[in-house]
Every structure is written in C-alpha cells, then in structure tokens.
Design a protein around this ligand. Structure first.
Ligand SMILES: [Zn+2]
Ligand SMILES: [Zn+2]
Ligand SMILES: [Zn+2]
Length: 342
C-alpha cells in the first residue's frame, strides 16, 4: 500500500472521468521560474474609465444606467449570437462543424467598483444569487438554449481585464465539454449505484476531515480528492438540487455565506486579492428532466505558493495529464488555517 502523502500516484476525477498525477515528494524542489507582481493596489469605489461602473459609457456609445444594486446586460462583444445557423458540416469525419447559437450576458454584482465577493455583505451576495437563478430560468427556458454556463473570472492572472465585480453568462445551444463529461459520469454512477455521485461524495467528505475547508447548514467546501489546481475547491450542497434556481431561500442565504467565507479565506491565504475562475455546473436546459444532476460550484485558482508564484498547466499537463505536487489534503489544511475568522 502506497502513502498518499509520500508516493507518486494518480487520482481519478469521477466527475470528468480523467486522472490527475500527484507527486507529493517534489514539494521541496527549488523554484526558478517566473515571479508575478503581487496585486496590492487598492481600487476606487468609482472609476470614471470603467465600462461597468454606473452611468459610464460602454462600447458603441451605450451608457449604463445609474444602477444601485445588480445590473445585467447583453455582452457588447458576444462569443455567441442568437441567430446563428444550425447547419452542419462533415467531411469524412475530419472536418466537422456545427452551427452554435446562444446569448452572452454580463452581470455586475454591485455598483461599487472596489468590491469583490469577499468584501460584499451576505445580503448583497444573496441579491447576486437571485439574479443568477433568474437568469438561469429565463435563458434556460428558451428553445435554442440547452445549457447556461455562469462563471466569474477574477484577477489579471486569470485574464480578467476589469476589476469591477462581475460575472459572465454564456447560454448555448449545445452542452459544453466539461458539463458534458460530468453529465455522462453522473448518469453512469446513478445507473450503477442507484445513487447520486455528489450526494455520496458529500456524505463521504462530511465524515472525513482531511479535505474539509468550510461548511454551514446547507453547503460543504472541500479541496476535492481529485483537484487539479493547487487550491481548487468544490462547493457541494447537502440537498440534491438540479440547478441554482432550485435552491430554497434558506439555501441561497447559506450559499451567500459560504461564497463570502471561501473567497475571504482565499484572500487571506497569500494576503492578496485572490485570482480564480469559478462557476456552476448544473442540469442542461434541453427539455429533459435530468434527475442525475447535482448542482455544484468549482473554484479554480491559479496561485501555487504565494501571491506571485502561480501554477502553470504546461508540458506534461498539456500533453499527458494534469499534475500537482502539494496534495489536496495539504492544500485543505492550509486553507483551514486561514479560515478561522468568518
Ligand atoms: Zn467599475
Ligand atoms: Zn445529489
Ligand atoms: Zn462540475
């Protein structure tokens, strides 16, 4: 029997069906690579040059309203358009393409340019959750929309060009790769075990403690056993809820609490405004029931060892499998150390 904390091994991600290589013996090797500048600059509450601040001009001369809570608008440079053709191309199974239609929106979390999820009050975050739920229902109800992907890119390290707190919604006519892989795994697990994969994982991690980060009455945060990114986390709801619109009022309040505590925990880890990509995976909106789906939230932060040392997915990770040195258990212990103050 090998040791998960000492020997090299690979771990299965039962959601994606893919493996991650773990090399815990390498954590002492010296670092000689790129050092990124720490993000220490503070932001003003209002930035006259920000295209997301209330009243300011966006692309093509459109002005934002002087909003005082949340604000949703259609992306000025959308990756998907509603009227795209649905025709297909297939030449010898080599040159294959399908028309893809959709709707892209932007959600400003707050009129304040300087806030983040970590700095917003639970009430303010609850309003954002209600907007996410309404947007999921509104977009998902449309005939040509079969999946609604809600995600936030936070910080320059993740390519986010604007610090104003906001997320994007890409609603598409096909189910994108990641949820499509998970859909298959959730379906197969239910067929084999007659249980939900994530309900079972919630129960397993509720009894274990090595990967625990945070919890409240309705949600559990862990560094999943199969995490790729050093401080990746997974937020799982206790109840089997298919999508964000299915969360009860109490669960939405609890979700706001857990999002605030997790992002503050991240900010404290390396004493920086922690960059990440986060988003929800939930049932497709293709008209099927999808009882196999269990809505959940992924946080994928790039930082490895400090505010300036990030993880790169290159080399073996691009050509072979993702790889990590620090184990999920060691990462969770680090996050627990900085999670004491809610
Ligand atoms: Zn702004
Ligand atoms: Zn479930
Ligand atoms: Zn997922």
């Amino acid at each position: 029997m090998f040791s998960l904390s000492e020997s090299s091994h690979r771990r299965l991600n039962p959601l994606s069906g893919e493996w991650v290589l773990v090399s815990p013996h390498r954590t002492q090797r010296p670092w000689l690579g790129q050092v990124e500048t720490a993000i220490t600059e503070s932001q003003p509450a209002y930035d006259p040059s920000c295209y997301l601040c209330p009243g300011n001009e966006r692309a093509r001369g459109v002005h934002n309203p002087k909003y005082d809570s949340t604000f949703v608008f259609d992306n000025d440079f959308p990756a998907l358009l509603p009227q795209t053709t649905t025709s297909e191309l297939n030449e010898k199974g080599l040159i294959v393409a399908q028309g893809e239609s959709g709707i892209c929106r932007v959600v400003c979390f707050s009129p304040r340019h300087d806030l983040t999820l970590a700095r917003m009050s639970p009430g303010e975050t609850r309003r954002v959750i209600d907007v996410w739920a309404d947007q999921f229902s509104d977009l998902g109800a449309r005939d040509h929309i079969n999946y609604v992907q809600i995600f936030e890119n936070r910080g320059a390290a993740m390519g986010a060009s604007n610090p104003h707190p906001h997320c994007q919604i890409w609603a598409s006519s096909s189910v994108p790769n990641e949820p499509r892989k998970e859909q298959l795994s959730l379906h197969n697990y239910k067929a084999q075990h007659d249980r939900c994969l994530l309900c079972e994982y919630f129960l397993y991690e509720s009894k274990a403690s090595e990967r625990f980060v945070l919890s409240n009455e309705h949600f559990l945060v862990v560094v999943p056993f199969w995490a790729n990114w050093p401080f990746e986390t997974l937020i799982i709801g206790k109840r089997h809820v298919l999508d964000i619109a299915g969360l009860s009022s109490d669960e939405r309040d609890a979700f706001a609490d857990i999002l605030g505590r997790l992002t503050r925990c991240y900010d404290r880890l390396f004493n920086t405004s922690f960059p990440y990509s986060m988003g929800f995976h939930q049932r497709p909106t293709d008209g099927q029931e999808h009882p196999e789906w269990h809505m959940h939230t992924h946080f994928y932060p790039p930082l490895l060892r400090s505010a300036s040392i990030r993880k790169f997915m290159v080399g073996f990770e691009l050509l072979g499998s993702p790889q990590r040195d620090i184990t999920a258990e060691a990462a969770a212990a680090r996050l627990r150390e900085v999670s004491s103050n809610p």
